[in-house]
Design a protein around this ligand. Structure first.
Ligand SMILES: Cc1cc2nc3c(=O)[nH]c(=O)nc-3n(C[C@H](O)[C@H](O)[C@H](O)COP(=O)(O)OP(=O)(O)OC[C@H]3O[C@@H](n4cnc5c(N)ncnc54)[C@H](O)[C@@H]3O)c2cc1C
Length: 417
């Protein structure tokens, strides 16, 4: 099934009765060439690129809930390529290029909107750090524009520029950054994988990983045992628990991250704006709601809902940056389980068990990574070699101490770095 303006018009005039389910609902087979545990963004994009780029179609994606029930449907939808360090920057740069062609690739409207991302700075020291980051982004082939205070004011006149504690000195504009509709990304990849023969099996929880003589042979699930020579663990916040089924202990902590949406307002914020003196960011959805979030809840948890102290903290940051946002009523808030690594960077690697692969550690930034993660994980599973742009995401960097500390320079425990 493809989408076209003609089809949409025809369905609109005939009561939308001609649409069919976007993917099949197959029963699990006894044996696959490869199994992907986790039907989130990364699991689905891996399945899609395994089929599309490598011709491997005898694959199952096993999802314990429904497609889109995890973080892929819970995030605040920011897409950007503004990393600083080699190892990260080429990966996210590759991802942004894939985003830019994603809608035609999937023939699916993922509402990718390159509205620009502005990271604010509030001191001379922060300005220096953002200048370095901007130069690094430009060297990587991405875009960055340094804005002074007046430059920011032209884009975001409603901010509190003269806040006594956190005056705005300027901002780093990343014009190609923006947002995309999160669950449409999952649906688009799911449909594309299904069309290429991948079995998407929902309500199928993996409860065990079968290993014989150091080789993976399949998985145990709530819908029976399934054999496969290759198994990939791609379960985001549940990575520690699923890896433990194979006897592995990961350098991952699971923490809750919350998001908030207000009632619909007239268009006011044209960009994604992030506050440099606290972990706070905001954009406006196409329906008009202000979409915002902040830091993780500061203690490890598998509860996908947040706590009031962080709600208060996020609201305070929002009011500090944009006082008028205090008049908007918050309609919804929710949480997702973040797979936090000590250095804040991800893992795409083989494991010590033959045929068992892992893709995790996406922290609070894995949505924008969905295309490149799937691309690189598929490459690794099909060829046995790390893709060039994902070579830094090795599991053994936590043994050698060669971490890849980018972003805020923090991982799961901010106070420990
Ligand atoms: C509030 C919030 C805001 C965020 N904002 C952004 C943002 O603006 N930009 C950005 O880039 N990133 C953001 N993120 C991070 C991003 O959403 C995640 O890093 C990314 O979605 C994680 O990968 P995923 O999509 O594969 O995870 P998920 O969608 O969580 O997929 C993992 C899947 O594995 C399944 N699973 C778990 N255990 C099993 C099992 N035993 N058997 C079978 N299936 C299993 C789960 O049900 C789940 O569907 C945010 C996250 C949250 C929660």
């Amino acid at each position: 099934m493809t989408f076209s303006a003609f089809r949409i018009l025809k369905e609109g005039l005939t009561g939308n009765t001609g649409w069919k389910p976007h993917w099949r609902d197959p029963a699990p087979k006894q044996d696959y060439d490869a199994i992907i545990i986790g039907g989130g963004g990364h699991g689905l994009s891996t399945a899609y690129y395994l089929a599309k780029n490598h011709g491997l179609t005898n694959i199952a994606v096993l999802e314990k809930g429904y497609i889109g029930s995890g973080n892929i449907g819970r995030n605040t939808t920011i897409v950007r390529a503004n990393y600083f360090l080699p190892g990260n920057s080429e990966f996210y740069s590759h991802s942004l290029k894939l985003w830019e062609g994603l809608e035609s690739e999937l023939n699916y409207n993922v509402m990718h909107s390159q509205r620009g991302l502005i990271n604010l700075f509030h001191s001379d020291g922060q300005r220096d750090a953002f200048v370095r980051r901007g130069n690094s982004m430009i060297n990587q082939g991405d875009d960055a524009i340094l804005l002074d205070r007046d430059g920011v004011r032209q884009h975001l006149p409603y901010l509190d520029f003269d806040n006594t504690r956190f005056p705005i000195f300027g901002g780093l504009l990343h014009p190609r950054g923006g947002t995309a509709r999160h669950d449409a990304v999952a649906w688009g990849y799911a449909r594309g994988a299904d069309q290429r023969g991948v079995d998407l099996i929902q309500n199928c929880e993996v409860t065990g990983i079968d290993i014989v003589d150091g080789k993976v042979t399949g998985v145990q699930t709530t819908r029976g045992a399934i054999k496969a020579k290759k198994v990939a663990i791609i379960v985001a916040g549940r990575s520690g628990q699923v890896a433990a089924m194979a006897g592995m202990r990961l350098p991952i902590e699971s923490h809750v991250l919350q998001a908030f949406v207000t009632e619909g307002l007239k268009p006011i914020i044209n960009h994604v704006v992030s506050f440099g003196m606290g972990h706070f960011y905001m954009s406006q959805s196409d329906k008009g709601g202000l979409v915002f979030g902040g830091d993780i809840d500061f203690y490890a948890s598998y509860a996908s809902r947040g706590n009031l102290p962080m709600v208060e903290h996020v609201m305070e940051a929002g009011m500090t940056l944009m006082p008028m946002s205090g008049k908007a009523r918050v309609l919804r808030a929710w949480g997702g389980i973040m797979d936090m690594t000590p250095d804040g960077s991800p893992i795409i690697d083989k494991t010590g068990i033959d045929g068992l692969f892992i893709d995790c550690g996406w922290n609070y930034g894995g949505f924008k990574a969905v295309p490149a993660s799937g691309w690189c994980m598929a490459h690794l599973m099909a060829t046995g070699q790390s893709h060039d742009v994902a070579k830094g995401f090795r599991l053994d960097r936590f043994l050698t101490g060669r971490g890849l500390m980018d972003e805020e320079g923090t991982g799961s425990q901010h106070n420990l770095h």
